[in-house]
Design a protein around this ligand. Structure first.
Ligand SMILES: [Zn+2]
Ligand SMILES: [Zn+2]
Length: 762
């Protein structure tokens, strides 16, 4: 055999397509074998990308982590499903289609096909037969089914109310889509509030359970970032509540400052508080409230110095009989949800800011009780040091959640049509489930203005399903956030069964709850609402088997990929193109680089150093391994000499055992940067073993055999991260065939140590 056949150079352009073709031939990822009876499968749910543009480095980070975990579990012999689907509806695709003046459907198809090619080229072991687009009829008919089901359950309602509105995007936004400073999540322009009829998803009935389950999730493999986003979105405040005597019944007020409730000097009502009308009356105050609701102001930061406040001019007797002015402000919603809160400037900075805006109405120092007077004496001290007030009669422990129902309607044409018909006689009528899907015209070319669906008679004109009168279809579409409520479901069942059994397929039970969801750090809202909808469908019956209503046993959130310390953008010219990197260095180099460069909880500041490191490691290991395979064949065995080097082989085995157990533990924990570090360290140890022995002369066959065993162990442990390179090395060793792979994670170190351990036949 020629030298180059025995010692082939490291050539990713040869190795990677060869291995990918072998995987396709082996049918590795076609249809995962459902796990055997009594065993739960490993379902890895990676991010569902917006289907607009190409894969970017953030996707590469996400999918490489998920794929390494999936391959690791597969190599250990577990049944693994790596599911994938496109979050294909929504604004990014619609805006791109508007720019190109083509139907959004066409744009999405182009992008999806290109992204799939990129994903295969990177060696991701998704089950490609189960890939889906949320914009497919077969898929969005289930968004419509879910809408109707939640509507039947009273969890979806139409309300003429205040919504966040973006003038640039011409659309309403969910609270979650409004950034901290009151700007739009997409275009970052200022958002304002307007009033219009909107469909809402009611999540409040499940907040308490989402909260209670946090203790459960903390015991499961949820990483700290994922847990903290769930807590943040929930926005729980603990405190006390008690009743004040309102004009037509008790007004329950809440404060997080349980020990200082007696120092209250005003009451702040949410504009969405059910009793707000009682306080407003007619005239100027009502006008002000209407103005507040319809957004006649610049949306301020959620900051008490600028947030709109309406003074009702009325008051309510406080706990000590003092009159507490009643004011209305959305600041309450931003802090505690749609409730009534006590304003306690003595201990609360936001309340102090409000009080200072109404000096004639509000006593900043609290009521003139003994406690209040004491407080006055200490006014310059830190607010939190205020002495506790006397306990308030009837005050009981209470909590509030900031998380609240949110709008799911969008005035966009690239989205799931809402299955509702507006009848002049019956009002809004749900489309019967048997008539689903309500089909979105695929040839629609949006202009970016107005509402294109409303201008399509073939879509909008319809007979009322209840009385047959000429009626109009709802022209709002569902926010893609709504489609995403169940994007983790479709991959768990065969595509051919999705038309009838999306939420009821027996195979889904083998995969759900998902062992791991891997997603970007900004996915907390999606995960929160997916947890809510799981509980709703558990109560409705479909997901009864997920008894605690949790769809993800484990969640890993990773931070983003930036370059030069800044977010990648075309404008800054710092976009790293994964295709170019794969072209130049190969997929395995890119995979190892992106894993090694930073732990998932850290922002990955991209640099070429990571690529150079990864390429050098893979290239070095490749060459080293092939050279040693050849050397083993010519090594001689002298039992006496071999006995002398036994302690060194023992030491090598110890290194391998130690390295392997660390790599396995870190990989199971998705801390792949540590896995890669330990792989490279083990490689160094292996070389060290050889160098020490070579000082004595040629390696004995026993040593050469131990060396090759260590190399093969390293290659097997490298397989989840650099699958092409690792498999090719294993096959070139002559000890594995393509059919043995995958399924070769080394559970133990198999290495000959004793001098007479050398296999008689190789
Ligand atoms: Zn916008
Ligand atoms: Zn009707």
């Amino acid at each position: 055999m020629s030298e180059s056949a025995r010692k082939p150079p490291y050539d990713a352009t040869r190795i990677e397509p060869e291995r990918q073709a072998a995987w396709a031939d082996r049918g590795d990822y076609e249809a995962p074998a459902p796990p055997p009876e009594g065993e739960h499968g490993v379902y890895v749910k990676s991010s569902s990308p917006f289907t607009s543009g190409n894969l970017h480095m953030g996707h590469v980070r996400d999918y490489t982590i998920g794929d390494a975990y999936a391959r690791f579990q597969r190599a250990r012999g577990r049944s693994v499903l790596m599911g994938f689907g496109f979050d294909a509806f929504g604004l990014p695709a619609e805006l791109a289609a508007i720019e190109r003046q083509i139907p959004a459907a066409e744009w999405v198809e182009q992008c999806g096909e290109r992204m799939l090619v990129q994903m295969k080229r990177l060696g991701y072991s998704f089950d490609y037969d189960r890939v889906f687009y949320s914009s497919d009829e077969g898929q969005y008919r289930w968004s419509q089914w879910l809408f109707l089901t939640l509507h039947e359950m009273g969890l979806i309602y139409l309300d003429d109310t205040t919504v966040d509105w973006c003038d640039t995007c011409q659309t309403t936004l969910a609270t979650i889509q409004v950034e901290e400073g009151g700007t739009c999540w997409r275009c970052h322009n200022e958002v304002r509030l307007i009033r219009r009829p909107t469909w809402f998803l009611k999540i409040t009935p499940y907040l308490e359970e989402n909260d209670a389950n946090m203790a459960l999730l903390e015991r499961q493999p949820w990483d700290e970032l994922a847990l903290s986003t769930q807590r943040y979105i929930l926005g729980r405040s603990d405190g006390v509540e008690f009743d004040l005597a309102g004009p037509s019944g008790p007004l329950t007020v809440f404060t997080p400052h349980a020990d200082h409730a007696g120092l209250a000097s005003f009451v702040l009502l949410s504009p969405r508080h059910p009793q707000v009308e009682e306080w407003v009356g007619e005239g100027t105050v009502r006008e002000e409230l209407e103005q507040l609701r319809s957004g006649g102001w610049e949306r301020s930061a959620r900051d008490a110095k600028a947030v709109p406040v309406v003074d009702t001019g009325r008051g309510v007797p406080g706990p000590d009989g003092e009159d507490l002015p009643v004011l209305v402000s959305p600041l309450v919603d931003a802090r505690f949800g749609p409730t009534a809160a006590l304003g306690i400037p003595a201990v609360d900075e936001a309340d102090r800011d409000i009080a200072q805006r109404f000096p004639d109405r509000i006593n900043v120092d609290g009521p003139k009780t003994q406690a209040g007077l004491e407080k006055s004496a200490h006014r310059h001290e830190e607010a939190e040091d205020a002495p506790p007030s006397a306990p308030v009669d009837g005050a009981v422990g209470a909590k509030r959640y900031r998380a609240n129902d949110f709008s799911i309607s969008r005035q966009r044409s690239w989205g799931t049509p809402i299955p509702i018909v507006h009848c002049p006689d019956c009002g809004p009528v749900p489309v019967p489930k048997a008539d689903l899907p309500v089909v979105l015209p695929r040839d629609l070319v949006a202009t970016g203005e107005g509402n294109p669906l409303a201008e399509r008679p073939d879509f909008v004109d319809v007979d009322c399903p209840r009385c047959g009168t000429a009626a109009k279809r709802e022209t709002d579409t569902l926010d893609c956030h709504f489609d995403a409520l169940f994007l983790w479901v479709p991959a768990t069942l065969p595509p051919e069964d999705r038309a009838t059994q999306m939420f009821t397929h027996p195979e889904s039970r083998k995969w759900l709850p998902a062992e791991r969801q891997v997603a970007g750090g900004d996915s907390g809202g999606f995960v929160f609402d997916q947890r809510v909808v799981t509980k709703a469908l558990r109560d409705h019956g479909e997901f009864a088997y997920m008894t605690d209503g949790e769809p993800f046993a484990g969640v890993l959130f990773h931070e983003m990929v930036i370059a030069d310390g800044r977010k990648m953008s075309k404008h800054l010219g710092n976009v790293v193109d994964p295709d170019a990197l794969v072209e130049q260095f190969g997929a395995d180099t890119v995979r190892v680089a992106v894993l090694w460069a930073a732990g998932p909880a850290k922002t990955l500041n991209w640099s070429d150093a990571a690529i150079r490191f990864a390429n050098k490691f893979l290239r070095g290991f490749w060459t080293y391994a092939h050279d040693r395979f050849v050397e083993l064949d010519v090594a001689r065995h002298d039992p006496e000499k071999a006995a002398e080097t036994e302690p060194q082989r023992e030491k090598l085995r110890g290194w391998c055992e130690n390295g392997l157990s660390r790599i396995a533990a870190d990989t199971a924990d998705l801390q792949m940067h540590k896995s890669i570090r330990n792989l490279t360290r083990l490689f160094e140890r292996i070389q060290q073993f050889e160098q020490q022995l070579k000082k004595r002369g040629q390696l004995d066959k026993a040593d050469a055999e131990a060396l090759v065993a260590a190399i093969l162990l390293l290659a097997r442990a490298l397989q989840p991260f650099a699958p092409h390179t690792a498999e090719a090395i294993l096959i070139d060793s002559g000890r594995f065939t393509s059919d043995d792979l995958p399924g070769v994670w080394p559970d133990a170190v198999d290495m000959p140590v004793a001098a007479d351990d050398i296999p008689a036949v190789l």
